[in-house]
Design a protein around this ligand. Structure first.
Ligand SMILES: Nc1ncnc2c1ncn2[C@@H]1O[C@H](COP(=O)(O)OP(=O)(O)O)[C@@H](O)[C@H]1O
Ligand SMILES: [Mg+2]
Length: 288
């Protein structure tokens, strides 16, 4: 049986809960309400893999500078990262990094050129009216692949694509969410490309904004707060709701966010998760 390669999430206990990480080529969706820690998890995952493979980090809600600064608050050094907008504007030449950040604020000015280069504009009529459109994101990701030399080795080189978050891409047309995310999957899918994407979840309506991306996700981590009005403190939980091609821990895990460390497990104990992982690795020798 072929061995499954795994991509670390940069959070040791979550890696245990996923039998070592997300199977390579999977699309992991991280959902939860604002403030629950989706972006921090996305940054930890990027930081954990940047030495091993090219990473494309699409930030639709914060600027390039904020991604790097937020990472440094959790002891993750992303100072080698370059912004795609800076590369396109010629402000960065001779790129020697493994991490390209696509910050859609920074990209706003260049997006027309990007679309033209990708043949997405005909007769002067731009199909995409906003830099937040999926076409712009896809064109930018393809440009980032070029910058990172992903096409070399026949496109078999491992890549991690992080998209934080998806929601703004259908803010103008929530009913289009499913179609937009299908298109994303169609265009971006490759066995060598692992995708981590975040999406907001509105607890008030119980709906992901625009009814989300669950249908294109191979794995789903759902994060939530306990009701703050009754607990009078922040209590965060997460659960792995789904994971293709792998066994996974089935109970909710309580965590906190700590400066310098990121997502920290509170319950169960990390020893319990390690034991669970070791017990299950032995049981599935064909897989590991
Ligand atoms: N430097 C820090 N130290 C400790 N906790 C932090 C730090 N920065 C942010 N947080 C916590 O993380 C939360 C934001 O996490 P974030 O990943 O941005 O949430 P989301 O992306 O799900 O909206 C903040 O509300 C705060 O509680
Ligand atoms: Mg966020």
């Amino acid at each position: 049986m072929s061995e499954i390669r795994r991509i670390s999430l940069g959070v040791d206990w979550l890696d245990y809960a996923l039998m070592g990480g997300v199977p390579r080529g999977n699309w992991l969706l991280v959902t939860g309400e604002p403030g629950v820690g989706k972006s921090i998890l996305a940054i930890q995952a990027a930081g954990a893999n940047v030495d091993a493979m090219p990473v494309v980090f699409v930030s639709t809600e914060t600027r390039f500078y904020d991604v790097v600064r937020q990472a440094s608050q959790f002891n993750i050094d992303l100072s080698d990262a370059v912004s795609l907008a800076d590369v396109l504007a010629g402000r960065v030449k001779d790129v020697k990094t493994n991490l390209v950040v696509i910050d859609l604020f920074g990209l706003a000015r260049q997006y027309r050129e990007l679309l033209r280069a990708g043949g997405e504009e005909e007769g002067g009529k731009a199909r995409a009216k906003s830099p937040l459109s999926m076409e712009v994101v896809l064109a930018a990701i393809e440009k980032a692949y070029e910058v990172l030399g992903v096409a070399e080795e026949g496109g078999r080189k491992d890549v991690l694509v992080v998209i934080d978050s998806l929601a703004p891409m259908w803010a103008h047309a929530p009913a289009m969410a499913r179609l937009i995310t299908y298109r994303l999957r169609q265009r971006l899918y490759r066995p060598s490309v692992t995708v981590i994407m975040t999406n907001q979840y509105a607890p008030t309506t119980g709906m992901t904004f625009g009814f989300g991306a669950e249908h294109i996700a191979d794995a789903i981590i759902h994060m939530w707060f306990e009701d703050v009005e009754s607990t009078r403190e922040i209590r965060r939980w997460l659960i792995i709701k789904k994971a293709r091609l792998t066994n996974h821990y089935k109970k909710a895990m309580r965590y906190d966010i700590e400066p310098g460390r990121g997502l920290v497990l509170l319950e169960p104990s990390i020893e319990e998760l390690r034991k669970w992982y070791e017990g299950n690795s032995r049981g599935s020798s064909g897989e590991e």
